[in-house]
Design a protein around this ligand. Structure first.
Ligand code: UD1
Length: 365
């Protein structure tokens, strides 16, 4: 049965490693925050692609039961260390213990925009501290491939749509957004210093959905801040009513537009990112790329699509705008196609059906 090693020195289990052309064997990838929403789905896709994911998570924002879900999907034990990713020495112990880590995907971070306004130091300590610690540990152990979990929030309210990577980074609207910007700058500076590091920041748009098996998905703590978990919880009767924040925006139906990407597609982008880094001859490189579908959907479109795809009604009402929301943003996907040879495969309908299946699974627990 899956459990997570409490001390960073202890490994739970291991399994055979397959070769992957771009990396030398064995191909272990450290996944910080690997028990979280995007991290757990990426662990599945890494394993499916033949890698051995090694999770580091402190379970501050995730549940240990995720490990069992992962094992059921993957059909094999999960390697997991319970550790704080802001602690360089703990990370170093893990890298030492595992040996031959070929790359790191760094998810571990707090991500609630509102909370970050209330508790900025928590965000600066956790998000920036963990990025610094991970990079330090990588340097100490000669690990050179780094994929960073960034966000389209760096663009603020974009002047042109779809938003390309050339669009200027805008002053951050929240401490959370600022941590993503600062971490991107830290990575760029480390590469600029001549350190042996190949790094790619993936600027995600709005990740939604769940694994189609409904073994893993999003686990919002308390009242969800994000749209899709609020929709599924309202449809399930956990929440009485969904508030649609703003209906007088300059969009076709007056509600905000976002680029909602299925978390499985997003997870696969991370695998591609690693492969691209591994195949790069340069010893020092840094780049950033949008990870979205290229299409925008309004809040009302998401609700309607959910209702049509699942046959379940969502009780909602139109309310005031939420402070800080951008009006509309969706990705230009040209660079991700070119750089990663990747594009999304799954539809908004599929993502909402999978999110609903996951919600129903949670109800049954
Ligand atoms: C936010 C962050 C993003 C972060 C993401 C995941 C910003 C600008 N964006 O995205 O960086 O990665 O959360 O944590 O900081 N909505 C409702 N009712 C609700 C909830 C949401 O109408 O109950 C609307 C919002 O007003 C918005 C859309 O749904 O128009 C999406 O909101 P949300 O899911 O919170 O994501 P973002 O704010 O786009």
């Amino acid at each position: 049965m899956a459990h997570c090693a409490q001390a960073a020195f202890f490994v739970v289990a291991t399994w055979p490693v397959w070769a992957y052309p771009s990396f030398s064997k064995p191909v272990k990838i450290l996944v910080t925050g690997g028990a979280g929403f995007i991290g757990s789905h990426t662990v599945v896709e890494l394993a499916a692609a033949g890698y051995t994911p090694v999770i580091v998570d402190n379970f501050q924002n995730s549940e240990r039961s995720v490990l069992q879900g992962l094992e059921r999907i993957m059909g094999r034990p999960v390697i997991c260390y319970e550790a704080d990713c802001a602690d360089t020495s703990e990370l170093e112990h893990i890298l030492q213990r595992e040996g031959n880590i070929a790359g790191v995907i760094h998810f571990a971070a707090d991500k609630a925009v509102g909370e970050s306004v209330q508790h900025p130091l928590k965000y600066y300590r956790n998000n920036i501290g963990s990025t610094v610690a991970v990079l330090e540990a990588m340097q100490a152990h000669d690990v050179h491939n780094f994929v960073f979990s960034s966000s389209c929030t760096v663009y603020g309210e974009p002047e042109q749509l779809p938003v390309t990577e050339q669009s200027p980074v805008q002053p951050a609207a929240s401490p959370y957004g600022n941590t993503k910007q600062v971490c991107e700058e830290i990575i760029r500076d480390v590469v600029g210093s001549g350190a042996r590091l190949k790094a790619l920041s993936l600027r995600y748009f709005n990740p939604i959905g769940a694994h189609p098996s409904a073994e893993i998905g999003e686990l919002p703590l308390g009242v969800p801040a994000n749209l899709v978990p609020f929709i599924t919880q309202t449809a399930a009767g956990i929440r009485q009513q969904l508030s649609v924040f703003g209906h007088d925006y300059p969009t076709a139906d007056g509600t905000c537009i976002r680029d909602y990407i299925h978390v499985v597609d997003l997870a696969q982008a991370h695998v591609r990112a690693l492969e691209v880094l591994a195949g790069q001859p340069a010893e020092h490189s840094y780049d950033f790329v949008n990870i979205g579908t290229g299409a925008g959907a309004s809040v009302l479109q998401v609700i309607n699509t959910f209702e049509q795809a699942t046959g379940v009604k969502v009780n909602y009402r139109l309310t005031d705008r939420r402070p800080g929301d951008v009006v509309q943003i969706y990705a230009s996907v040209e660079k991700s196609k070119r750089l990663l040879g990747w594009q999304t495969q799954l539809s908004l309908e599929q993502a909402l059906v999978d999110a609903w299946r996951w919600q129903q699974r949670l109800q049954g627990r």
